[in-house]
Design a protein around this ligand. Structure first.
Ligand code: NAD
Length: 370
């Protein structure tokens, strides 16, 4: 029996609990068929925590998150809590998790499953077999830099100010993680900034180049300006393996890359922190989509983004790449077999519920593991 793995599950709001049920199904399967056990703790976050405890994240749940090997989150938010003051909103629970766990790297894969090639807005041959990873720096840059604010000038005009700022350490830690990822993938890293017009971009390029020379000579490094990267992502996306970029550019580029693959219901993500003294890296896994209040409770949500987020946890927190591959292959096969939730429905395919999608996935895993 493989040693137990400690995971905190936070289903959250809206479709969060519905899609998380399907992850539970896969976890039970792993216990049964792969002898991989998880010690699961379940907690509340977002609106569910506000309703139960009057706060979007209790200190106890935060402590559980700090102690866990990985946190798997569904989604937070919904109209019920929209009128609360900013500091008490469901989203604050998620922001606190990211901040207190110091999750500085956001990993957003853009993978195109063959069966969904037609769902992309690009030509099928441009996206077939696409598998790129965008790493966005998540805790520094212009969203956090000081000074910031809105001021009134002596002439009565108002001025809005934000500051793009990066230190050597902030650049090097996200670059090191990206080099490591590239090493485990196809050995290529593209570092993206605007060194032509921004000093922070000049420093970014210098530090990434220096780190490459010091420790990662085996990885093929290239540099690209962010505006060119946006064009290249829609012109020839398969030229990339891993892309690393700052918080602002990463925000835009990861959303653009995500849409190359079609639907929000298919997109996983991981946010990673530093390795601690025990060799463990804090990590939060969650689908890119929100709580989808418009379809919550109808049993029609696509659980695959959350299942693929769990597969990322197997790969990056639990060192179980074969099991992650198995889930991804099962997703590919279930889609190839013609099953679709409403969000990815195509003519001639079979529309299925959240539960049927989860059950079919587990059946497919059974076949693959036979
Ligand atoms: P959303 O991602 O929840 O939904 C956008 C659209 O995509 C909706 O039509 C929804 O039905 C559909 N959709 C999303 N996920 C789907 C899935 N798995 N299967 C099928 N269809 C899916 O974004 P929104 O509508 O802008 O926001 C709704 C709520 O979610 C808001 O309260 C927002 O603040 C919150 N939100 C939370 C997160 C998060 O928890 N990380 C992220 C984004 C939005």
């Amino acid at each position: 029996m493989v040693s137990n793995k400690n995971m905190l599950v936070l289903p959250g709001d809206g479709i969060g609990p519905e899609v998380m049920r399907e992850v539970r199904r896969v976890i039970e399967w792993m216990d049964r068929r792969r002898a991989v056990s998880f010690d699961l703790t379940e907690g509340k976050v977002g609106g569910a925590a506000i309703d139960a405890h009057g706060t979007p994240l209790t200190d106890e749940t935060m402590a559980d998150a700090m102690a866990a090997d990985a946190v798997l989150l569904g989604a937070v938010g919904g109209p019920k809590w929209d009128d609360l003051p900013f500091a008490q909103k469901p989203e604050r629970g998620l922001l606190r998790l990211r901040k207190d766990m110091d999750l500085f790297a956001n990993l957003r894969p853009a993978m195109c499953f063959d069966a969904l090639v037609e769902a992309s807005s690009l030509k099928p041959d441009l996206v077939a077999g696409l598998d790129i990873m965008i790493v966005r720096e998540l805790t520094a840059g212009v969203y956090f830099g000081e000074p910031r604010g809105i001021e009134t000038l002596p002439n009565g005009q108002r001025r809005g100010i934000n500051t793009q700022s990066y230190t050597t350490d902030e650049i090097r830690r996200v670059a090191a993680l990206s080099f490591e990822l590239a090493r485990k993938r196809n050995g290529k890293l593209c570092s993206v900034e605007k060194a032509n017009v921004m000093e922070s971009g000049v420093l970014w390029r210098e530090e990434v180049t220096k780190l490459h020379g010091e420790s990662y000579g085996d990885v093929e490094l290239s540099h690209m300006y962010a505006d060119n990267c946006a064009m290249q992502l829609v012109r020839l996306p398969k030229q990339f393996d891993v892309i690393v970029t700052d918080n602002l550019f990463g925000d835009m580029l990861s959303d653009a890359a995500a849409m190359l693959t079609g639907s929000l219901g298919m997109l996983p993500s991981a946010s990673l922190g530093a390795v601690d003294e025990t060799g463990r890296r804090k990590a939060l896994y969650e689908p890119v989509h929100g709580s989808a209040p418009d379809i919550a409770g109808q049993g029609s949500a696509n659980p695959l983004a959350t299942l693929l987020s769990f597969a990322m946890a197997l790969r990056y927190s639990f060192d179980l790449p074969d099991d992650a591959d198995l889930i991804e292959q099962a997703v590919e096969n279930v889609l190839a077999g013609g099953l679709r939730t409403s969000d990815i429905m195509q003519e001639g395919k079979a529309r299925v519920s959240t539960t049927v999608m989860g059950e079919s996935l587990v059946r497919e895993m059974d076949k693959l593991a036979a």
